[in-house]
Design a binder for this molecule. Structure first.
Ligand code: MLT
Ligand code: ZN
Length: 449
């Protein structure tokens, strides 16, 4: 098939081959993953996605699917020679269904746009993460994104009440009624959430929306250890129904964020660990929050922000991590989780595990403490990136953990999937892949070995 056959479908201006135009699609923003695509195709409707896929699968072309290109595991980056299907033109936003508290949006709608649409109707979308201005809804579904609100609302899969997706051969699956109860068989929507573009191409998503709560309090606690931060959680969950985020970071990460952002120190002294807490409610939660943390064992210092600017400033210490790490170099990014009670054990073992295989490495660790989820970013690994990844992921697996908590498997973690998934599980996943994409058109090399 010639590229003219794709241009017939989407228009010649939406089939890109000029390296100056394709470059930004072919490298991920961390700079770790890159690969040349045969071309970048930018369909403008579900019908165009369907026709592009039909033509590609008939011609034996492979397709890699991309949203906002904010992924961290290379799942949206070509290995070489695939058609790169960019969904950023699917930006339609349907009417907000206030009765059901749902809305249907195109896969290319950004997270921040969806959040704004919900707020216009006094509603809230349940997922939030730092890449909100670029990350797209389709990508959030494809990776079953987590982020900073999982504690309160669950991950992306829990927000999806309907989906439209195109199978590799161009057939469209559409379940967009958003029925709260539907007992008619397999949960295909749940299956596509987290399938990383390997089973079908998500073109539209119907999501649930939550009542908007406008009263917010944010506290930054300095803690003497990870143990102290984790021990605080059960009491916080019990006494603070308004708890919406619990984020952990450490002294090294804070220093890096301050170096690159110029932010002032949050406390007069440096401390081993920092816990960022946010409560959101109908009535001002600041007193509840202050009371809940005041007697916390291991608490060394604390600051509470009640106004929006102060809250943004506290969040900047946490949300600045990713960018600051990237400004230092190309990190090995590992995104792991263990049962929450074992998080201190993991956190305490990481440094020695990494330095054993790479003495010069610089680990920067932060994460979502309630889910036992740590982002282990390792700088200065030189040519030992593989060894560092292997050591950390084996440590995590030995603790009943997951080698990918919320970023997906992508290309980066495929060789370690067996640490988190048994052989029969991988065989079952492979059987599903073969059933839905028998020609192996979609995202070869992503997720499955
Ligand atoms: C985060 O929690 O900030 C994201 O998962 C991004 C990252 O891990 O760098
Ligand atoms: Zn995260």
């Amino acid at each position: 098939m010639t590229l003219e056959a794709l241009a017939e479908v989407v228009g010649a201006e939406h089939v890109l081959t000029d390296p100056d135009l394709t470059a930004s699609y072919e490298t991920d923003w961390t700079g770790r993953f890159s690969g040349r695509a045969l071309c970048v195709v930018r369909p403008g409707s579900t019908g165009e996605v369907a026709e592009v896929l039909r033509r590609c699968s008939e011609a034996g072309l492979k397709v890699v699917v991309q949203g906002g290109n904010t992924g961290l595991v290379g799942g949206g980056i070509p290995a070489g020679g695939e058609v790169l299907l960019s969904l950023t033109r699917l930006t339609e936003v349907g009417p907000v269904d206030v009765a059901a508290a749902q809305v249907t949006v195109g896969a290319g709608v950004t997270l921040s746009r969806l959040q704004a649409v919900a707020r216009e109707h006094d509603l809230e979308f349940g997922v939030d993460l730092a890449a909100r201005d670029s990350a797209t809804v389709g990508g959030l579904v494809a990776t079953n994104a987590g982020g900073i609100r999982v504690l309160r609302y669950g991950s992306m899969r829990a927000q999806v009440v309907g989906l439209e997706a195109v199978l590799a051969d161009g057939r469209v699956i559409s379940r967009l009624a958003g029925l709260a109860k539907d007992g008619t068989g397999y949960d295909l929507m749940g299956l596509l959430a987290g399938s990383e573009g390997t089973l079908a191409v998500v073109t539209a998503v119907r999501v649930r929306l939550w009542p908007r709560l406008t009263q917010r309090a944010v506290a930054l606690l300095a803690m003497d250890s990870t143990e102290a931060a984790v021990s605080l959680l059960p009491g916080l969950r019990r006494s603070l129904p308004s708890l919406s985020a619990a984020e952990l970071f450490y002294g090294q990460g804070l220093a890096l964020v301050r170096k690159h952002s110029g932010l002032p120190a949050p406390f007069p002294a440096e401390h081993p660990a920092y816990l960022l807490l946010e409560c959101v409610d109908r009535v001002d939660p600041v007193e509840q929050l202050a009371e809940a943390v005041s007697e916390a064992p291991g608490l060394l210092d604390a600051t509470v922000a009640t106004d929006a600017a102060g809250q943004r400033a506290l969040w900047a210490y946490r949300e600045g991590h990713t960018e600051s790490i990237n400004a230092e170099g190309v990190p090995v990014k590992l995104d792991v989780s263990v049962p929450t009670g074992r998080l201190p054990e993991l956190a305490n073992a990481l440094d020695a595990t990494i330095r054993d295989v790479c003495p010069g490495a610089r680990p920067i660790v932060f994460g979502h403490v309630n889910e036992g989820n740590l982002h282990v970013n390792v700088l200065d690994t030189g040519d030992l990136a593989e060894e560092v990844s292997d050591a950390v992921l084996r440590l995590v697996a030995s603790m009943d953990g997951s080698i990918s908590s919320e970023h997906g498997v992508g290309r980066a973690k495929v060789e370690w999937l067996h640490l988190s998934r048994s052989e029969p599980e991988i065989a079952a996943m492979r059987a599903i892949k073969d059933a839905l994409d028998p020609t192996g058109t979609l995202s070869p090399g992503v997720l499955l070995p």
